[in-house]
Design a protein around this ligand. Structure first.
Ligand SMILES: Nc1ncnc2c1ncn2[C@@H]1O[C@H](COP(=O)(O)OP(=O)(O)O)[C@@H](O)[C@H]1O
Ligand SMILES: [Mg+2]
Length: 196
């Protein structure tokens, strides 16, 4: 059985596709990985023929078809809206990653995604990942309080706002930037720990 990692947030521009790409790239160094692209605007699918080490599959099917796939890890990138498939994907996910920026409005914006996860009784499988964190900043008190209210796991690793992440999808990852690669390795480790 594949381990299924769902990347979701009903908002665009929070880094879902970038995180999906980089996690796939990193995990595929040691295991077979497929990215399922549910975004009809198809940002990752357009890179389908440019990646090596893992597969990117444009995918608009339900859970039975996912369960037929033969990969160690399946990472699912979602569109920035509530798709017909999202409930089903939440149901079968082994881990649900909700990327967010570290602002109070950004945190409020994940409320509906968290509520949907909660309605499927999957809050214990959810993990918030702070992305595009500005250099030398720590989480402020209002953010910490907002987080406590959600009662969802938060990744210890924060992903910084770095140009190497912006470029990663064209550069086959972030390995040339030691800092970015270290963050990605730490996050990958945390994710794999959640899955075993
Ligand atoms: N950690 C990061 N550092 C710098 N830029 C980032 C980072 N993560 C994402 N981006 C950039 O932010 C924009 C939105 O990211 P994207 O992955 O397309 O978000 P989504 O899939 O949620 O809409 C893109 O231009 C992407 O390159
Ligand atoms: Mg996207």
């Amino acid at each position: 059985m594949s381990k299924i990692i769902l990347i979701t947030h009903q908002k665009g521009g929070v880094g879902k596709s970038t995180l999906t790409y980089n996690l796939a790239q990193n995990i595929s160094k040691n295991a077979s990985v497929a990215v399922l692209d549910y975004d009809l605007q198809g940002s990752l699918s357009q890179l389908k023929n440019m990646v090596s080490g893992f597969d990117i599959i444009p995918f608009q099917k339900g859970k039975e078809d996912i369960e037929k796939l033969d990969y160690s890890f399946i990472i699912i990138d979602n569109p920035p809206y509530l798709s017909n498939y999202l409930k089903e994907l939440i149901e079968i996910a082994d881990l649900i990653i909700v990327p967010t920026k570290a602002g109070i409005l950004d945190l409020l914006a994940i409320k509906s995604t968290i509520e949907l996860i909660e309605s499927e009784n999957k809050k214990d499988k959810a993990m918030i990942v702070f992305n595009m964190v500005k250099a030398n900043t720590s989480l402020t008190m209002d953010i910490l309080l907002g987080l406590a209210e959600y009662n969802v796991k938060v990744a210890n690793t924060h992903i910084s706002d770095l140009v190497s992440f912006t470029r990663s999808v064209l550069m086959q990852g972030v390995s040339k930037d030691k800092n970015a690669q270290k963050q990605l390795d730490n996050l990958t480790r945390e994710i794999l720990n959640q899955l075993i």
